[in-house]
Design a protein around this ligand. Structure first.
Ligand code: GAR
Length: 226
């Protein structure tokens, strides 16, 4: 019998929809060699496919339906209570489409990361692919960042770029970006679980040093380069 590592970081993932990013995290963390474990998946939509993905992987799930709460404060308090039952070391937002209260963000300061489909600080919020097309951008991409009180505005940990072709639609571009999301997010979660990644005074530290700029996922490679 393999002895269980009791210091293995405990990960809670929050999602709202399909959960393709959740799936890549499940696939990565299922390996014995991964230095962390998804202990629960939470959703704000009872019918989100992400819940099914988690159940299929034997991961505990919880739902806090935002439509049953009449304020963000009440929703976030209920969500926080569910999350805390699992005593997470890391909270991973994977397509979790709710604006969080300041109190909630402070509660998980330095422990909560998010993936956003743009090269932040460009295009916070929604419809990022269409906005990149409308602006005539040649390059688009994805960012993983620590969550702070600024919506999609916390310090960026890592990014990956994709080229925009003149014929791209928002859907095609979204698909290209999602491929990069699926490569990048498990890498960043691994760094956090290995203790290589921290946020101190709202600055990302990597291997004990402040990060002067986000790490980049190199083109045609799974190895991040800076
Ligand atoms: C992903 O593209 C993620 O970057 C985005 O939601 C999608 C979820 O897809 N997140 C945000 O826009 C957060 N601001 P998934 O459910 O298939 O993982």
């Amino acid at each position: 019998m393999i002895a269980q590592d009791i210091t293995e970081p405990r990960i809670v993932v929050l999602a709202s929809g399909n959960g393709t990013n959740l799936q890549t995290l499940i696939d990565a963390t299922i390996s014995q060699a991964f230095p962390g474990k998804i202990v629960a998946v939470g959703c704000n939509r009872p019918r989100a496919f992400a819940l099914e993905r988690a159940a299929q992987a034997g991961i505990e799930t919880f739902t806090v339906d935002h439509t049953e709460h009449d304020s963000r404060e009440s929703f976030d308090a209920a969500l926080g209570a569910e999350i805390d039952r699992h005593a997470p070391d890391l909270l991973v937002l994977a397509g979790f489409m709710r604006i969080l209260t300041t109190e909630f963000v402070r509660r998980y300061h330095g422990l909560m990361i998010n993936i956003h489909p743009s090269l932040l600080p460009k295009y916070t919020g929604l419809k990022t692919h269409q906005r990149a097309l409308d602006a005539g951008d040649k390059v688009h991409g994805v960012s993983v960042h620590f969550v702070t009180e600024d919506l999609d505005g916390g310090p960026v940990i890592a990014q990956a770029e994709v080229a925009i072709a003149p014929s791209d639609s928002a859907e095609i571009l979204a698909e290209r970006v999602r491929t990069k999301e699926h490569l990048l997010y498990p890498i960043v979660v691994r760094w956090f679980c290995e203790g290589r990644l921290k946020m101190e005074a709202d600055v990302v530290h990597f291997d004990g040093m402040p990060l002067p700029k986000p790490l980049y996922l190199a083109e045609e490679s799974q190895a991040p380069a800076d």
